[in-house]
Design a protein around this ligand. Structure first.
Ligand code: GLY
Length: 339
């Protein structure tokens, strides 16, 4: 199985991008590993978990909270997990976040790795080391940045992925193209979701390209002082909408990217909003939405990207080139309310 190793500031991560869950036993010792997954994944792939110690959680973002972390920790104590234990998150973004978070606080930190099973987790959530939980409407407000020891991909899990989860993953792929890769944006424009779903080599290549694009951005700026902030394109408004309107993450950031393109037009002379909107809609994502501006702005202003009275907002200069603009909160308030 091919292994690529990427170095981050305090650690390195082994990537097995063309692997299979059958290879997991070559990466971690079965006796000292505990898998964390959810009921959907477990029920659809039960035989793949045979012989592994497994904690099965209820699926859903509403369970990405401290209470779930406490329940996992109680089970780890019961299973006598110690500092030699490796936690393996097998699932989508909720599972990878929860696994990385618990592994980072249990006994002040134990080893962990990921087998992302959703498109979104493969191209985004499993990469970068940010692992957090939500509190009320505040997404990922509590968490850490700590890299997993390994990431293992097994494309078989995409076979059981619902359509809405494909769309969710494509939202992050389109985001990567908007901020960093004009050629990939053109590829997305000329392709369709159906084509990617039907052609295994095309989706494998796209997944690997996106996983490595994100990895390179994070390697340059692991603790999000500069370059990494670009990955937040669409996320400032997106996160503020996500829990208040029960949107999926992909839907929320798609709306966020639509309005960030409009703000880019207002403040940065960006001229390609229509192309961004067309591509989002082509991949089944929502773009324009009516929302309560006051209510959403009150959550948005608490975003982690705020620095005192300014918000670092990710805008586009052109397709393939994202830029950070510091916008005074007062000005941002009137922009959001005028959208
Ligand atoms: N866990 C996702 C990230 O670090 O961006």
């Amino acid at each position: 199985m091919k292994k690529l190793t990427y170095k981050f500031s305090n650690s390195s991560v082994d990537y097995y991008l063309a692997g299979s869950i059958a290879h997991l036993k070559e990466i971690v010792d079965k006796n000292s590993a505990i898998i964390i997954t959810d009921e959907n994944i477990y029920n659809a792939h039960t035989k793949r978990f045979k012989g592994w110690n497994t904690i099965v959680l209820k699926p859903g973002e509403e369970f990405k909270v401290q209470e779930t972390a406490n329940t996992i920790i109680e089970q780890l104590i019961e299973m006598e997990a110690d500092r030699k234990t490796t936690l393996v998150g097998v699932g989508g973004g909720v599972i990878t976040d929860m696994t990385g978070y618990v592994a980072s606080v249990y006994m002040r930190g134990i080893r962990f790795g990921f087998l992302p099973t959703s498109l979104l987790a493969m191209v985004d959530a499993s990469i970068g080391g940010k692992n957090g939980i939500d509190l009320g409407v505040y997404k990922n407000i509590v968490g850490i940045i700590r890299q997993p020891s390994f990431i293992l991909h097994d494309m078989v899990f995409l076979n059981s992925l619902p359509q809405s989860e494909w769309e969710n993953g494509f939202a992050e792929i389109i985001k990567h193209a908007c901020i960093k890769d004009a050629a990939m944006f053109r590829e997305l424009e000329s392709n369709t979701l159906k084509k990617y779903q039907a052609k295994k080599t095309a989706i494998c290549e796209l997944v690997q390209k996106n996983a490595l694009l994100k990895t390179k951005v994070v390697q340059q700026d692991e603790f999000e002082k500069n370059e990494r902030r670009l990955l937040n394109f669409g996320h400032t408004l997106g996160h503020a909408l996500e829990n208040q309107y029960e949107l999926s993450h992909g839907q929320a950031i798609s709306i966020g990217m639509t309005y960030a393109s409009h703000i880019s037009q207002q403040l940065n002379g960006f001229k390609e909003t229509a192309r961004v909107v067309t591509v989002l809609e082509k991949y089944g994502l929502p773009t324009y939405a009516s929302f309560e501006k006051d209510k959403v702005f009150n959550v948005l202003k608490m975003d982690k990207k705020r620095e005192k009275s300014e918000m670092n907002y990710v805008l586009l200069e052109k397709i393939g080139k994202g830029v950070i603009k510091s916008i005074p909160i007062k000005e941002l308030e009137s922009i959001i309310k005028g959208l």
